[in-house]
Design a protein around this ligand. Structure first.
Ligand code: IPE
Ligand code: IPE
Ligand code: MG
Length: 250
């Protein structure tokens, strides 16, 4: 029965018109926990657990890229105990991903600035990326110490270095050059951006890559976001008219 229901839900998604790249701002863990009288950390744990199901479902549908916002360059402002908890959770997630997402063929990558992260996390990122690099399924970018502005600075520095070395004429710089200096170089732009918890802002997420993304804001906090909600977001995406500055049926 459950299986049948699941299939029915999938049927009204057009699998030929899937978003290629989904971005997710996983927000509302703290409020989810507070409502239950639990510490914020419980919300983060529940959110990390639910994430696996969402990535698995996106992969099953045939989505090629998913980027999840796990820790922003601004999240260091939180109390040290919460930052420490989040870092530990992320370390565990990266360690565990090899086993728990093995059957799913998920390729894991971390995007963001690594040098501020602990040595242990930096090493684990390298190990997890290496272990999953040859897989053929969805690419999961974990945005960890990630900020859209920091990413643009990172790209600008690369271009300046090339210009200073005489390898690049500043007048010839194109959008493609900036794109190639991003952490997501070589990946398609985000088509569908989902933010949970009812907040309607970007909070420094993928500023360059979302320039033509369809945005879907979901009221539920992240730990309550289920595969069915992903289906609903994709259906909303598929019912939007995307014109990219042009006109319909031109
Ligand atoms: C999102 O949930 C997770 C991170 C930012 C790491 P929050 O922790 O922001 O939860 P709220 O927004 O306070 O409810
Ligand atoms: C955005 O959520 C960052 C992540 C989901 C990792 P925040 O909770 O940090 O964003 P603001 O502070 O509400 O804008
Ligand atoms: Mg929040």
């Amino acid at each position: 029965m459950f299986f049948k229901k699941k299939k029915e839900v999938k049927r009204d998604i057009d699998l030929t018109k899937l978003p290629q790249h989904i971005g997710v701002i996983m927000d509302g863990n703290g409020r989810w926990a507070k409502k239950r009288g639990l510490p914020r950390s419980a919300g983060h744990s529940a959110g990390a657990e639910g994430l696996k199901k969402i990535v698995t479902e996106a992969n099953n549908l045939g989505v090629k890229y998913i980027t999840v916002y796990a820790f922003s360059t601004e999240n260091w402002k939180r109390p040290k105990a919460e930052v420490d908890y989040l870092m530990n959770l992320l370390l565990g997630y990266l360690k565990d991903a090899e086993r728990s997402l093995a059957g799913e063929n998920v390729r894991i990558r971390a995007i963001g600035s690594r040098k501020e992260l602990s040595k242990e996390i930096q090493e684990q990122i390298i190990a997890t990326e290496k272990l999953t690099a040859d897989r053929s399924g969805i690419v999961m970018n974990i945005a960890l110490n990630y900020g859209g502005r920091e990413e643009l600075v990172h790209s600008a520095k690369q271009l300046c270095r090339r210009a200073a070395a005489g390898e690049l004429d500043p007048e010839s710089i194109t959008e493609k050059d900036i794109d190639q200096g991003l952490y997501t170089a070589g990946q398609p732009d985000v088509d569908l951006l989902i933010r949970t918890s009812g907040e309607q802002r970007i909070s420094n997420f993928m500023l360059w890559q979302i320039s033509y993304a369809e945005m879907v804001f979901v009221d539920k906090p992240w730990p309550d976001f289920k595969p069915e909600d992903l289906h609903e977001c994709i259906r909303i995406f598929q019912n939007r008219g995307r014109r990219f500055g042009g006109v319909d049926n031109a």
